[in-house]
Design a protein around this ligand. Sequence first.
Ligand SMILES: [Zn+2]
Length: 265
Amino acid sequence: MSELRIGAHVDQTDPIAEAAARNAPLVQFFLGNPQSYKGPVLAYDGGPAALRAAAEAAGVDLYVHAPYLINVATTNNRQRIPSRKLLQQHMDAAAELGAKGLIVHGGHVTDDDDPAKGFDNWRKAIEATDIKVPLLIENTAGGTNAMTRYLERIKGTWDAIASAEGADMVGFCLDTCHAHAGGNALETIVEDIRAITGRIDLVHANDSRDAFDSGADRHANFGAGQIDPDLLAQVVRDAGAPVVCETPGGAAEHAADFAWLRERL
Ligand SMILES: [Zn+2]
């Protein structure tokens, strides 16, 4: 049996109740619509102070997932500028409710762009952001010219942000579905990532409905997808970081996923 802390991505209305329903020591949730440029909205009754107090009382760690459409790497000003603003807004909101981390996707540049521009935009975004809780950059499954799909790009991004003020508050979130569907060998992904970033702060443990290197981002419950069960468990075990299951379903399905995972750790 492992002492790894395992939780899930849950509905944002009452994350503490969701944690209790799963007997989970941590939960992740969105603040508002993840597909919108509108600023963060906290659905919890009583506001951020009440959520923070309830989380502390329950011993539940909170993680906030930033909106999907944040793309601080892009060369398109009309996306990059609002992305930076949205990132800061979510950072402020995450800090207010005492979150342990804010998760954001690596983003991408367009097909014609030199990826180096995206790396440098990441550096500028880190410089420009007042980082109050750990900012965890997540690997992505697809996207042409993505910043965090392949290892070489993750390295480029990391090398660029290393010189930025605040880089010590930037960590890594490893998503198993994205790594598999993105075309990275799960056999070595933990050591490959650590060689680049020096750290893995959080694992998004998900099976994948799609094949290796398909570029598709469709999560599946454990054992229902195309990732070898032993390999999935190995990644979670070797990473040794808190685990968020972003698998389909509600409390019952998540409890089954937790049990599936614990059996193999
Ligand atoms: Zn994820």
